[in-house]
Design a protein around this ligand. Structure first.
Ligand SMILES: Nc1nc2c(c(=O)[nH]1)N[C@H]1C(S)=C(S)[C@@H](COP(=O)(O)O)O[C@H]1N2
Ligand SMILES: [Mo]
Length: 196
């Protein structure tokens, strides 16, 4: 009996190790949108990286020719919910930035519908960020950002811009939509970088 008890304790401690401070686990998938869900047809969808030199643009079909990765990761919303082991499919930002030259260190993500969020370029590289178009083996639901969203799971989920349409390189770390409204510029859930 004590062996079984210890086993359960160990497992929940392991789970707690994956829960950043102040977070609570959820098993559903809450929807948090600052505005209405934009209707974006993949026939019209484009993804652009804009740099000081010009940049690069992909159509949906071109995007689907890129190397596609499966990602399983935990996600953490600043409103205190976390979801463990979510599964996604998408294109790594390493793959996209392999085709782009820039001296700039900061990125503004832009979404269909007007949402923006800022992230240092370095934090989008090194296998830490994707443009995701599937969740749980299905095309990404429009309310969760379909046809495609940014996925930056090591930062609070507001950085994972839904309906993403492009990235703009910037020389300075300018605040995006929530960051202008009091959310932290960086947003590391392990440091509780919620508001400032
Ligand atoms: N375009 C856009 N992206 C967005 C948001 C938004 O309002 N608009 N909300 C952000 C916030 S605060 C969170 S927590 C997550 C929520 O994603 P979900 O609705 O798929 O759970 O999306 C982020 N990306
Ligand atoms: Mo959020």
């Amino acid at each position: 009996m004590s062996f079984i008890t210890r086993g359960f304790t160990g497992r929940s401690r392991e789970r707690d190790d994956r829960l950043p401070p102040g977070q609570t686990l959820v098993h559903d998938f809450p929807v948090l949108s600052a505005g209405p869900t934009p209707e974006v047809d993949t026939a019209d969808w484009e993804f652009t990286i804009r740099t000081e030199h010009g940049g690069r643009r992909w159509s949906w079909d071109e995007f689907m020719q890129l190397e596609i990765e499966d990602v399983t990761t935990d996600i953490h919303c600043v409103t205190h919910w976390s979801k463990l082991g979510t599964s996604w499919r998408g294109v790594s930002l390493d793959t996209l930035f392999a085709e782009v030259e820039t001296e700039y260190d900061y990125v503004m993500a832009h979404s269909y519908g007007g949402y923006t969020t800022n992230v240092p370029l370095e934090e989008l590289l090194g296998g830490r960020a994707w443009v995701a178009f599937e969740f749980d083996g299905e095309p990404l639901d429009p309310e969760h950002g379909g046809p495609a969203r940014l996925l930056v799971p090591h930062l609070y989920f507001w950085k994972s811009a839904k309906w993403v349409r492009g990235l703009e390189l910037m020389p300075t770390d300018d605040p995006g939509f929530w960051e202008q409204n009091g959310y932290h510029l960086h947003g590391d859930p392990w440091k509780e970088e919620r508001y400032w």
